[in-house]
Design a binder for this molecule. Structure first.
Ligand SMILES: Cc1cc2nc3c(=O)[nH]c(=O)nc-3n(C[C@H](O)[C@H](O)[C@H](O)COP(=O)(O)O)c2cc1C
Ligand SMILES: Nc1ncnc2c1ncn2[C@@H]1O[C@H](COP(=O)(O)OP(=O)(O)OP(=O)(O)O)[C@@H](O)[C@H]1O
Ligand SMILES: [Mg+2]
Length: 489
């Protein structure tokens, strides 16, 4: 078995583990179901290409173990189904047909939609289980395990997902290590392939050459697999046929720009803070950092070390804020439940993302404590920092990450001006209210450091609002005598 040999000779330990696990799942399936009862859903995509070779290897080992008569690998006996559609890329079609003939696949071409096609397939064949190249990062993988019955409303069969826990990098490590052929689109800027109507090239692979021609690096050079679906597009609006906007799958949340500002919230987890034995210092520092990049913070919540409390709080925050930061509750005890609480809020199971961890290790190298780093689940970021110094370092990493995603362009710093006054509340209340009405685009607030101390009036807004802030300050000063206010830093 060439594939098996290539993996055994490779020194990629992680790939070996993924390979062995996938082969184990395939062998379990081939033990549970007869060869007539299984099918392979193949569409020429990279994931199903990997699965084809794993199935060939798995079937080979299965035959070896059960002393089956050798039919030779040119006859791959697993019923293979391809849902053909007019909206498929021609390259995908031709790769699928070429591969089918190279490996002797019994290709059943279905020209119906998935559900009706599967219904007919199950009526005409004794099929009970279908192998799919679904991976954990796919939107359709949510809630799936390696063996998952088809969803309610779908014809009844077992979905078998041998590469569910494989990452984008694992898929390419396999393809390159085993030197198997893959569809040419993956050398032309595509990283995940749907239909011609919803798939464009992934701009993260684009290299602009001197003649302004667009050139692309091959898909295996995409540095961060989490952007695999960046070339999957969504219809902007049904009223503009043919127009698409590129959106990531996780960006379906509510309006991200409230008053032109991005809004974050902070959840602190820890019984110790609620007992009063430990003081939370991180939230103030985090607010300051967010403020410095132009974000506003909507709220800070402190919750108990309890999965449901964390999950409920995350659920409340994630839909109303652009970003939610959560920390605390990450220790070694059973009571440290932050990650489990976040997973529960998203209805997903906890699965370690070794690739992301490696990437972070690479970014933070010396500062890496080894076992725990920040984890992101859609718009919720779990921070591992336990003190201000660690938070500073983690923040540096996060901004580096944001920069690599081109997000820093949206990070516009806020500016502020503060005036100190000994005017009484009675004197200043009305003029300040009037000022707020005149300058709705500037955040105006007031506070005291002690009950009898001076009043500090704070004016803040985006950098582009500097002139408006100055105008508001000037307007307030004009309402009183010249020395009523002094500016403070
Ligand atoms: C063989 C097969 C079985 C499927 N079974 C289910 C299912 O049980 N439940 C479901 O919601 N979708 C099912 N689907 C649809 C897929 O989840 C998904 O919509 C499809 O593969 C398109 O994925 P894409 O958007 O990444 O291109 C199935 C698809 C295939 C090919
Ligand atoms: N038209 C289809 N015909 C048969 N199987 C399909 C079809 N579309 C999807 N599948 C099944 O669903 C799996 C997941 O599809 P998905 O698009 O995520 O992966 P892929 O096509 O293999 O790779 P890529 O993510 O690069 O597009 C496929 O591996 C295949 O098993
Ligand atoms: Mg695909």
């Amino acid at each position: 078995m060439e594939i098996d040999k290539a993996i055994k000779e490779s020194d990629d330990r992680r790939l070996k583990t993924k390979y062995n696990n996938a082969i184990y799942v395939i062998q379990r399936a081939l033990t549970l179901y007869s060869i007539e009862e299984v099918a392979f859903s193949f569409n020429g995509g990279k994931d199903s290409t990997v699965l084809l070779h794993l199935l060939r290897a798995g079937y080979f080992w299965h035959k070896e173990r059960h002393n089956c008569s050798d039919r030779g690998l040119t006859s791959f006996p697993i019923h293979t189904i391809y849902f053909e559609s007019n909206s498929a890329f021609p390259e995908i079609n031709s790769f699928t047909y070429d591969t089918a003939s190279s490996y002797g696949l019994q290709l059943d071409i279905i020209s119906l939609d998935f559900k009706s096609g599967l219904e007919n397939l199950l009526k005409a064949n004794p099929i009970k289980a279908i192998f799919l190249g679904v991976r954990i990062g796919d939107p359709t993988a949510v809630g799936q395990e390696q063996f998952s019955p088809s969803s309610p409303g779908w014809p009844p069969f077992m979905r078998v997902n041998p590469i569910l826990d494989w990452s984008y990098r694992d898929v390419w490590a396999f393809i390159l290590t085993c030197k198997v052929q893959y569809c040419s689109l993956y050398d032309q800027g595509y990283t995940s392939i749907g239909s011609i109507y919803d798939t464009v090239t992934n701009s993260l692979l684009c290299i602009n050459d001197s003649s302004c021609n667009k050139k692309f690096k091959p898909a295996y050079l995409l540095s961060d697999g989490r952007s695999e679906r960046a070339g999957r597009v969504k219809k902007l609006s049904s009223s503009i046929p043919g127009h698409f906007s590129v959106v990531s799958d996780s960006s379906d949340s509510a309006d991200p720009h409230k008053n032109g500002m991005l809004v974050a919230s902070i959840i602190v987890v820890g019984d110790e803070i609620l007992f009063g034995t430990v003081e939370d210092q991180l939230s103030t520092s985090l607010c300051r950092k967010l403020f410095s990049i132009g974000w506003s913070v909507s709220q800070i919540a402190i919750v108990q070390n309890d999965i449901d409390s964390v999950a409920e709080e995350v659920e409340r925050h994630k839909s109303t804020n652009d970003m939610v930061f959560i920390y605390g509750g990450l220790g070694p005890l059973h009571s440290d439940v932050t990650s489990a609480g976040v997973a529960k809020a998203f209805g997903v199971r906890l699965a370690p993302d070794e690739e992301f961890e490696e990437y972070l290790k690479h970014l933070i190298s010396d500062y890496c404590t080894g076992d725990r780093n920040e984890i992101k689940c859609q718009n919720v970021i779990i921070l591992a920092a336990t003190n201000i110094t660690e938070l500073d370092k983690e923040w540096e990493c996060l901004t580096e990450l944001a920069e690599s995603y081109g997000l820093l362009a949206t990070m516009e710093p806020l500016v502020s001006k503060r005036l100190k006054t000994n005017l009484s509340d009675v004197e200043i209340a009305q003029p300040l209210s009037k000022l707020c009405l005149e300058f709705p685009d500037v955040n105006i607030g007031a506070y005291r450091n002690c009950r009898n101390g001076s009043l500090i009036i704070n004016f803040e807004g985006k950098l582009q609002k500097q002139a408006r802030i100055d105008l508001a300050v000037e307007a307030l000063c004009k309402m009183f005598h010249p020395r009523a206010f002094t500016e403070v830093n």
